[in-house]
Design a protein around this ligand. Structure first.
Ligand code: NAP
Length: 250
């Protein structure tokens, strides 16, 4: 039987998830708000657009909530959910204690994808494990289910790290092109080097990441020389401070 997925909140994130999710062969019902995006999704992926959120909920096995976090509880409170339904919240920083009561008796699942879903490369956090949501989210990239809800907020900060790394790529590729390298080469080289570093970390799980670094940063190596400059400037502490700031934000 075809699974019906309802989407409340067709914005920036959903625009990037739909190319992957559409490949699951599910039926998609999308809220009309965010008119430009919903019209584009209807044209590109044949999703059905409705101005009536309750009608979307009534027809769906899974209801994705992708409105802005501060709107979500109020919007869901105005809707009636059914037993046996699953609500998949993608809203950053919104704990289950705020959303679960207003979507009851539906079962709440939380997930945190990033826009690399467009290329089926979003590492997506999920809590709790849910096979139906997993099947949907795996179209967007690897799904990592957490065992405890209190891990969700700290782990979700890494969805913002995704953006911070893009800023680092931007800064470093600008530096390379400022040395006279073709900007297109500089951009692709820096992006692919970042990806290569990540692939090695992913593919060698038995090796501590600190050891991967020390294998490169051998005495008198250029890698070590650069790392000494970075450590002298305490370059990594601000990254942890940035993550702390998100975790403590209301
Ligand atoms: N963007 C990301 O990379 C990303 C990553 C992970 C998680 N998230 C989370 O995903 C959620 C959406 O983020 P976003 O960046 O996609 O935001 P967005 O572009 O602002 O999209 C939100 C959408 O919700 C619509 N909306 C507002 N009220 C509605 C209602 N009553 N019924 C139906 N739709 C309604 C808005 O329509 P109008 O424009 O007409 O108001 C808009 O199209 C947020 O909670 C965010 O924390 C985003």
């Amino acid at each position: 039987m075809t699974t019906t997925i309802g989407i409340i909140g067709a914005g920036h994130l959903i625009k990037h998830m739909m190319p992957a999710m559409a490949k699951t062969g599910s039926r998609f019902l999308v809220s009309e708000r965010g008119r430009e995006t919903s019209a584009q999704l209807a044209m590109e992926f044949g999703v059905e657009v409705s101005p009536d959120n309750q009608s979307i909920v009534d027809q769906s096995d899974i209801v994705i909530v992708a409105v802005r976090p501060f709107d979500a509880a109020e919007i869901c409170d105005g809707l009636t959910f059914a037993d046996g339904q699953t609500v998949l919240s993608l809203c950053a920083g919104l704990p289950s204690s705020e959303l679960a009561p207003v979507v009851a008796p539906a079962h709440l699942v939380m997930a945190m994808p990033v826009v690399a879903a467009q290329f089926s490369e979003s590492p997506t956090l999920m809590f709790p494990e849910n096979p139906k949501c997993r099947a949907l989210l795996e179209s967007c990239g690897p799904v990592l289910a957490l065992k405890q809800e209190d891990s969700f907020a700290p782990a979700a900060t890494i969805a913002c790290y995704y953006g911070w790394v893009q800023e680092l790529i931007s800064q470093m590729s600008d530096w390379v092109s400022a040395q006279g390298v073709d900007p297109e080469v500089a951009r692709l080289l820096t992006a692919q080097m970042t990806r290569a570093a990540a692939t090695t970390v992913r593919e060698r799980p038995a090796t501590p990441t600190s050891q991967l670094v020390s294998e490169l940063a051998t005495p008198r190596s250029f890698t070590l020389k650069g790392l000494e400059v970075l450590h002298e400037a305490d370059a990594f502490t601000p990254w942890k401070r940035a993550a702390d700031a998100l975790l403590r934000a209301d």
